[in-house]
Design a protein around this ligand. Sequence first.
Ligand SMILES: Cc1cc2nc3c(=O)[nH]c(=O)nc-3n(C[C@H](O)[C@H](O)[C@H](O)COP(=O)(O)OP(=O)(O)OC[C@H]3O[C@@H](n4cnc5c(N)ncnc54)[C@H](O)[C@@H]3O)c2cc1C
Length: 309
Amino acid sequence: MSLIRNLLLAGSESTWLRSQATRSRIVRRSVTRFMPGETIDAALAAARDLQAAGTPTILTHLGENVRDASEAAAVAAHYLELLDRVHAAGLDAWVSVKPTQLGLDLGMDLCRRHLVRLSAHAANTRNMLWIDMESTPYVDRTIDLYRGLRGEFANVGVALQAYLYRTPEILDALIPLGPAVRVVKGAYREPPSLAFPNKKDVDEQFYRLSVRLVAADAQAAGAFLAIGTHDPALIARLQAHLAAQQVSRDRYEFEMLYGIRRDLQTQLARAGARVRVLISYGEYWFPWYMRRLAERPANLWFVAKNLAG
Ligand SMILES: Cc1cc2nc3c(=O)[nH]c(=O)nc-3n(C[C@H](O)[C@H](O)[C@H](O)COP(=O)(O)OP(=O)(O)OC[C@H]3O[C@@H](n4cnc5c(N)ncnc54)[C@H](O)[C@@H]3O)c2cc1C
């Protein structure tokens, strides 16, 4: 892992840096590249614009590691309102949540209760609820929560991170459930004892996990594959496999982050692929923004340009 990436990921965990950065107008301006705004209205407006251009979305309200039960309840209430507003606006916009934003640090039961309510409300509003994957201390609990929800609801999905050595075992155990899985490379600071330090290995594991999700047994069980990456080489390799295996187009899609590789989003959509864009919004953007900078330290030039002028 590069030194800059390490520093940015360490910075993402600093409360001091967070309070400095969120007060800076220049940093706030840089953030707008990846985020249409801090409010639910700004997110819905962006989802409407993307839908008008033929691109469905996923919405996520930024926040993590909530330490207070009333705060977790407020987050759940926010997502219930979001599901209602998406439904009322006739948007094809799924919703994605972080377990620690719904109180996982306060206990499994509390977090499960919120997730069950949100899954049920998503089902009632013909939507889909996705669960993000956070850093390694949360992986087992997140998978447990997902297993429980998937037993009750068909409209729930979970993200799995290709950089963790153990993800193939996790996926194999989920396959009989016919899971909806978003494969991503992984965005957190993990030690080499747990995660591949080299991009080449992460990319290879990403490919294998995706292939596993479209294997005959997984497809027969009802699995759905969301390919969460902006990596053109990986996307091309997977497209070739999906075409060769004649995987039906309603069993997979490509997912990218708002503001990143729009050229690739357009190119894939023009070629007939389903492409969905994840829109993040909210006031608690600092750790999320630092992870976006860490993924591509060249983004620091963008911040520097804003600083300069
Ligand atoms: C829909 C979606 C959901 C996600 N959910 C999770 C999750 O639940 N848990 C988790 O740990 N991670 C999640 N991530 C983040 C993911 O783990 C990666 O950190 C992120 O996608 C960058 O990796 P990449 O696959 O695009 O490949 P990379 O090899 O990092 O990048 C490939 C190319 O994409 C472009 N690119 C990538 N990132 C950026 C950026 N920040 N700025 C500008 N250009 C960029 C560059 O052109 C780069 O060369 C999610 C990503 C997506 C797209």
